[in-house]
Design a binder for this molecule. Structure first.
Ligand code: AMP
Length: 282
């Protein structure tokens, strides 16, 4: 495990001198099979893999769950054991945000809608920490999950706009056998909420069936999502939209959902027209 950017930089510089490629997997820890799928993808494409574990306060809003976000560094290290990870970068808060660090990174447009509109400052926090991680780890490739579709699009934009030369790889959503997308926040759900949360994947799957059967009009697919969600009394829907994955703004085939189950806010998405799988291969 590496706790400082200085040590990480030295380690990576050594690898680079030896001509080895480097993949970075940024996480906030409490690792589950979704995270591990990114690590696996990184290990296939790179000779060395860096996994970062850092619960980034900057991407949590004032009323959000920063304080209670699950933290389990011991369990995370165990989960990564044997996966061929070259370094686990687990910095302390002061390492990532030395006092006086006021620089912020903002990606325009994509950060104004959906998650960006509902969670002011969230994407600025994400963009800032990801930029720092890119500088610290200097990877050839960085791995993100389609689970956070808007974040993945935003990071792809950031990597291009800042001329990083880093290739952003977006990996498929890993789901429980019953369809629930894996998330560290699922740990907050009561048994009843866990059951209710299945409405997200069910709604996506229903809309997908309609799409595969020939319905391509977002104006007709959206009510399918909404009808399904409305039937679940424990779901307090934040948004259910069909957007273009290029801008998350104009109508399109990416179905994006956000809903609260008790105090837990969950998101999910699916590109309609593509087979809905609970366990992607690989
Ligand atoms: P987090 O620790 O929640 O910040 O997530 C770290 C990375 O894992 C992000 O790129 C997420 O999109 C990705 N991720 C989270 N859940 C899943 C999942 N169920 N399937 C695939 N990737 C995921």
């Amino acid at each position: 495990m590496v706790a400082t950017t200085a040590l990480l930089r030295d380690l990576v510089a050594g690898w680079r001198r030896d001509g080895l490629s480097v993949g970075l997997v940024p996480t906030m820890g409490a690792l589950h099979a979704g995270h591990l799928s990114l690590v696996r993808a990184a290990a296939v494409e790179n000779e060395r893999v860096v996994v970062s574990i850092f619960v980034n306060p900057l991407q949590f809003g004032p009323g959000e769950d920063f304080a209670r976000y699950p933290r389990d560094l011991g369990g995370d290290l165990e989960a990564l054991d044997g996966m061929g990870v070259g370094a686990v970068f687990a910095p302390r808060l002061e390492e990532m945000y030395p006092s006086g660090a006021t620089t912020r990174v903002r990606v325009g447009e994509l950060d104004e809608v959906l998650e960006g509109a509902r969670r002011p400052g969230h994407f600025e926090g994400v963009a800032t920490v990801v930029t720092k991680l890119f500088w610290a780890a200097q990877p050839d490739r960085a791995y993100f999950g389609q689970k956070d579709a808007q974040q993945a699009a935003l990071v792809t934009r950031l990597a291009e706009d800042l001329l990083t030369g880093i290739s952003i790889r977006v990996c498929p959503i890993v789901r429980e056998p019953d369809g629930l997308a894996l998330s560290s926040r699922n740990a907050y759900l009561s048994a009843a909420e866990r059951k209710a949360a299945l409405v997200l994947s069910r709604a996506l799957s229903r809309a997908n069936e309609a799409c595969l059967a020939g319905e391509e009009d977002p104006g007709r697919l959206r009510p399918i999502l909404q009808r399904e969600l409305a039937a679940e009394p424990l779901a307090e829907v934040d948004y259910a939209e069909l957007v273009d994955p290029a801008d998350f703004r104009s109508p399109g085939r990416l179905a994006v959902l956000a809903a609260r189950f008790g105090s837990t806010r969950l998101i999910d998405n699916h590109l309609l027209g593509v087979r809905f799988e609970t366990s992607p291969s690989g």
